[in-house]
Design a protein around this ligand. Sequence first.
Ligand code: ADP
Ligand code: MG
Length: 702
Amino acid sequence: MQSSRSEVAAPAATPGIPDELSALRGVGPALAEKLGRLNICRPEDLLFLLPQRYEDRTRLTAIGALHPGQTAVVEGEISLTEVVYRRRRSLLCRITDNTGQLTLRLFYFSRAQQEALQRGERVRCYGTVRPGPSGAEMIHPEYRVLRSGQALPLEDRLTPVYPTTEGVQQARLRSLIGQALDRWLPLLTDWLSTATAELGDLPDLISAVDYLHRPPPGADLASLAAGSHPAQRRLAMEEMLAHHLSLRQVRERARSDDAIPLELDPELRRRFLGSLGFTLTDGQQATLADIDADLADRHPMMRLVQGDVGCGKTVVAAAAGLNAVAAGCQVAVMAPTELLAEQHRDSFFRWLDPLGIRVAWLTGSLRKKARDRTLAEIADGTAQVIVGTHALFQDGVDYARLALVIVDEQHRFGVHQRLRLMEKSPDHQRPHQLVMTATPIPRTLAMTLYADLDTSVIRELPPGRQPVRTVAISEDRRGEVVERVRAACNAGRRAYWVCPLIETSDALPSQAAEATHAMLTEALPGIEVGLMHGRMKPEEKERTMQAFARGKIGVLVATTVIEVGVDVPEASLMIIENAERMGLSQLHQLRGRVGRGTTESICLLLYRSPLARLARERLDTMRRTNDGFEIARKDLELRGPGEVLGTRQTGLMQFRVADLIRDADLAEPVQQIARELLVGSPEAITPIMQRWVGGASRFGQV
Ligand code: ADP
Ligand code: MG
């Protein structure tokens, strides 16, 4: 195993720029620690802490020209200062220039402040204008009383506003960054000066950094706010490159490690496939062939399987698991939720138990006795396939001979979690990794996010599947919908009725589901209506799910807990309430719960009128297509930056400047630049990673 980089003194990122924050004037240990909370560990980091927004203090605005909502610098003479007691005690200070008058209103003020604001004095202030009881006013503006005759110069650059942290004020941060810019900006090495030229009009590194900290008056604030300014793109490109390079490095290091070669056992594979009752699709077979080739190698497999919901990734994973079992090794199968983990446990048990393979189960909710028993089986090797949640990789879980790790619904886990799995390998050997995802992300993005993984794609659904027919129905036709459910159940089919969280009400999501459950129970005598929500105990959820799978329950009312992975082929009717409030990818995941059998499935999207434009576009998209890639594209278009991949929720990867959606078009050039650097300027690789990913690699050391 590689030693962790933190044990080795990180080389200075840039020659000439000191490594210690104490090199900055005015920074001692206490401030250094606070800066650390902003991820600023070296002076160079200050250069790359970019403003969140800018203020324009480069011009004086005439008071008469102010309009409500405007933020501006004004200057005037005090005509009146008084303390008033209307509703709240406040200090009012009226100033005038020769165009109009403005009231400054302070709720918190000292005696000294009050005294300084004398009638006849001139003040310069900066604040946001709002309509007040007696004309325009500014509440708590920044202000300065000017000494008589004093002409205070205006700023000659836009004023940056940085993300602050407790104990580090804006002004402090500005002055530290100003110091860093003055002393060290010219020393930054631009490793990409030739590469960026090819990308069009991107500025060089030093100009880009300078521009973003101190934009000139008249800079395009709209493009800066949108993050699309060439200076921002220059840095985003380098940051994406740094992440890409470090994932490549993770991959290369891991690949140079040893793994237990897991040869295909043709006889075992044949028995398994023969017992399934279906044949694998071409995409499944091709993927399995990729996996078999990887597993037979002495170096660990690192492969991503991408495929839309329902394409049959689980069975491919199980087939791959047999290679490990045949070699006398263990397989760990990790799912993001208990419910999905249970489904996998059941599938794996159903498929593998008849072959004499011991499938074990480990989640956080196991009672101590059961947990201890499972831990013992994992440690002594009795358990051959272990299915569970992230509990599989917590401390205290020791594997006898773990050789293959399978991670389902990869997008729910962060890069860190994925890489941590690899630490559970036996001495000096790494498990092979197979990760599966149903999130169809554009290829170029996948190349950035999963640069450490090879990719196989399963494009087709199993034969006989009919696309789910999707209809949007206004919720006042609920009665008709209930009749459809009745008819479906009477014909031996099963239905999901999903009640998502309604954000505007105080009700818990489970309450919406409970109310619908009561309504349907009454409306559908003779049909068993089940209920499932997140607050139920895992055993209860499992019992309900099984009753639904076996047909004892005809209609399952659920919150969105069933979103991921749940598999009941006989369910062919899906009703989604409040569909107008849900995102496209969630709707697609939910719809993917039906259309898994051979009868035609229907998805009814219940909405409340009137529909907002975006909501209408989402529902239209759902009606128009079943193609996950198409839906993902539309989702990107409608939802915009940051949200689609769940980067916010999962911390998939933390970027300072780049936004993987907004800057998606940079992904392709980034690959190209990476290839060129690796050949032409390998000496640039480490400094670029150091600059952006930091001395302690955020991906952990593997
Ligand atoms: P996902 O890729 O969404 O995880 P699953 O692995 O849950 O999909 O598979 C969906 C359903 O399709 C399961 O019931 C599975 O047994 C079934 N299935 C998988 N492959 C095939 C196939 N080649 N032919 C028929 N049914 C299949
Ligand atoms: Mg699945």
